[in-house]
Design a protein around this ligand. Structure first.
Ligand code: MG
Length: 250
């Protein structure tokens, strides 16, 4: 199942993507819902970020080969940071290159979307709390990340958290091809089977620290091949079974 959020009649609505159409639903994607008779061709709706999180929790350094490429040791525990909701944008929205950075990078990441309120969840039960998965671009001002020594400023500019295009349910999250492309050229190409900390481990770990609510997002780190974007570039994050998240840098 693929859930989307889209704008119609001046507000955000949820729907199911099937056969190139979006079927609007009544109810909640986190609980009970039903299909309505309102059906729109995908090309006629404006997709939004597919959920409305209370927070975006990010895991740094979760692929061994990415840790190696930036010269940092493999962490013993997941390294967490937060991306503010003011950074959240949806498919087709524009990433704004900040004037105070000279080096902005894409980072293709698998995003976990929570289904149920979760606190102190054991790894063995963690997947029951997950609704599904979507694509994320953990846009990073790399020069500021290095300069600051911690990551808040570098990761938090408005528009630095593209998410979408849909939430796919029923996926095995640990064997998905993940790719980043800039203007059509492949820059990152890996598989989620190379994650250091897997999805249940990350959900359990984060839930020891903070309460996760339905719609909250955990983004799971990027594979090797990070690199810069320039104004005018089109960045695509594609994950097998989910789709393509496309954003232009301006
Ligand atoms: Mg990242």
């Amino acid at each position: 199942m693929k859930f989307v959020r889209f704008r119609a009649g001046g507000r955000g609505r949820y729907g199911i993507l099937e056969d190139g159409h979006v079927t609007e639903i009544a109810g909640s994607i986190y609980g009970r819902y039903r299909r309505t008779r309102r059906r729109h061709p995908l090309g006629r709706v404006r997709l939004l970020a597919p959920c409305e999180p209370t927070k975006i929790v990010a895991v740094g350094l979760n692929y061994r080969d990415h840790a190696a490429e930036i010269g940092l040791p493999i962490p013993e525990e997941p390294i967490l940071f937060l991306k503010p909701l003011t950074a959240l944008i949806g498919p087709g929205d524009r990433i704004v290159y900040p004037a105070i950075s000279q080096r902005v990078d894409y980072e293709a990441e698998l995003a976990i979307v929570m289904k149920r309120k979760a606190r102190h969840v054991p790894p063995g039960k963690a997947l029951r709390y997950v609704l599904g998965y979507t694509c994320h671009n953990d846009v990073t001002a790399r020069d500021l990340q290095k300069k600051d020594g911690q990551w808040t400023r570098a990761k938090s500019f408005d528009t630095f958290a593209p998410l979408g295009p849909c939430i796919t349910t029923g996926l095995d999250p640990h064997r998905l091809r993940i790719e980043a492309r800039v203007n059509g050229a492949v820059r990152q190409s890996s598989s989620t089977d190379r994650l250091i900390f897997n999805v249940p481990t990350m959900v359990a770990f984060v839930s020891q620290v903070m309460t996760l609510y339905p719609g909250d997002v955990i983004v799971t780190g990027t594979p090797p091949g990070i690199g810069p974007v320039e104004r005018g570039d089109v960045v695509e994050i594609e994950i097998e079974g989910i789709g393509v998240l496309r954003n232009r840098v301006v």
